[in-house]
Design a protein around this ligand. Structure first.
Ligand code: DX5
Ligand code: ZN
Length: 220
């Protein structure tokens, strides 16, 4: 099972003064994806990374850029993040008037489509779209900041989602994001998540030994 687990380190916890070097270090340390948290100070109370930054990082690695858009309205920015080099574009259903239209916009750019559910957002918001998407991102903290505490109540939702996906035979990744550490990562995997996002644990544990921290998250 663990060999199927992908680790997507969030560069929100990286040193922004040397972001390029940090991305290269993550690749060397064995990251599968690079998780890029995009915040607009409106959908969430924090501001982070614009498309120009992603464009500059793009030539440094071939790793999948897993772009988590926490911006509203999201539609106006999809083309910019696609052109900047995103591979997976994930949005929140609350950030669009028309979920199907947003999915179409991402597909038109030939990018993989993810939909994210905040801790209190129900599976009902996405269940009619499961045949159209590649990934569901389950938030295990309120979106906006790194370093928050994991909310175990989302594990039930993860299990339920996994059951639905399995029973319908869809090929959809389940990614979990927020407060993932060396203890709760196994619970997330057991619940059905196959991609783990982690910022603080990867960048801060074991004096920032990225390789070791990625390995532990993968194995535990
Ligand atoms: C929160 C972000 C997460 C977060 C993860 O809005 O989506 O990706 O940065 O960081 P940790 O692992 O520190 O919770
Ligand atoms: Zn994220």
């Amino acid at each position: 099972m663990s060999s199927l687990i992908k680790i997507s380190p969030s560069i929100l916890s990286a040193d922004f003064s040397k972001l390029g070097a940090e991305v290269i270090s993550l690749e060397k340390a064995g990251a599968d994806y690079i998780h890029i948290d995009v915040m607009d100070g409106h959908f969430v109370p924090n501001l982070t990374i614009g498309p120009e930054v992603i464009k500059k990082l793009r030539p440094l690695t071939k790793k999948v850029f897993d772009v988590h858009l926490m911006i509203s309205p999201v539609d106006n920015f999809i083309k910019d993040y696609a052109n900047a080099g995103a591979d997976i574009i994930t949005f929140h259903p609350e950030a669009t008037k028309d979920t199907s239209k947003t999915i179409e916009l991402i597909k038109k750019e030939n990018k993989k489509v993810g939909i994210s559910l905040k801790p209190k957002s129900s599976i009902d918001l996405i269940k009619d779209h499961l045949s159209e998407i590649d990934l569901v991102l389950i938030m295990s903290v309120e979106p906006g900041f790194g370093g928050q505490k994991f909310m175990p109540e989302v594990l039930e939702k993860t299990k339920k989602l996994k059951e639905i996906i399995k029973s319908k035979g869809f090929n959809i990744d389940i990614e979990i994001d927020g407060g993932i550490n060396f203890e709760n990562c196994s619970l997330a995997k057991q619940a059905g998540a196959n991609i783990l996002v982690s910022g603080s644990t990867i960048f801060k544990e074991n004096k920032g030994d990225l390789k070791k921290n990625i390995e532990i998250l993968r194995k535990n």
